[in-house]
Structures are given as C-alpha cells and as structure tokens.
Design a protein around this ligand. Structure first.
Ligand code: FES
Length: 127
C-alpha cells in the first residue's frame, strides 16, 4: 500500500488537518489535554463500539482517523456535533468523539484508525 508522509509540526492544538491517503480523507487531530481527559473519562461500557481512548492512538495528543463515516460513507465534519471537539456526519446525523468513537446516530462502528507511525516528533507516515 502507498504511504503518505505528513508534517504535523504546524497543526495547532485543537485543530484537525485533513489529508488524502489512498484517495481517502484522513483526519489528523492535535488534541489538547482537555480533550484527552474528556475521552479518557468515558466509561466504555456506554459505547456502541467499546474501545479505550488509549487503544486508538500511539500518542494521546495525536488522533489519526480515516474520515469516512462507518454508516454510509460520508465525510464527517470536525469540531461539530454533541461531543465537544468531536465530529458530526451530516448525512444521517452520526456523532463521534475526538477519538472517533461513535456516540450517537446510526453509525455502527467507530471511525477507522489507519496504519501509521511517527518517523520523528514532527512527521507521521500513514500507510
Ligand atoms: Fe454518516 Fe449516515 S453516512 S450518518
């Protein structure tokens, strides 16, 4: 699979940068400690697709997600919806938290985390 390198040095805290990987949008979210704490306080038994926040990223301050709704494939909007800092899919109203976990609406699964690695503190290799 083709790999895409992304420089993350200039993504401000609490912002999502959208890049393309293999023709798909990928969200790169620079999360503040407040957002990390918000997701880590969640009791995962309340989730439709239970996953710990810590299991969804290699570094808590960076969340990397394929930006395709798991319902019918629309692109969710960052920083929108019922979860502060989360994602909202306008097609049929699915809401995701800042870890891409579905919180509300018809999406059956969390947003997918693509394969990636940090090549250093400023660069990410997706794929
Ligand atoms: Fe996102 Fe249906 S495609 S809610």
């Amino acid at each position: 699979a083709a790999k895409t390198e992304v420089n993350i040095a200039n993504i401000p805290e609490n912002k999502v940068q959208i890049i393309k990987w293999q023709g798909r949008p990928v969200f790169i979210y620079h999360r503040s400690q407040e957002l990390i704490d918000q997701e880590r306080a969640m009791n995962i038994v309340e989730l439709r697709d239970p996953e710990e926040d810590s299991a969804r990223s290699k570094r808590p301050e960076w969340m990397v997600l394929i930006g395709i709704c798991t319902h019918l494939g629309c692109v969710p909007i960052p920083n929108a919806g019922v979860v502060p800092g989360g994602f909202f899919c306008p097609c049929h109203g699915s809401h995701f938290d800042t870890a891409g976990r579905v919180r509300k609406g018809p999406a059956p699964k969390n947003l997918v985390v693509p394969p990636y690695q940090f090549t250093d503190d400023q660069n990410l290799l997706i794929g």
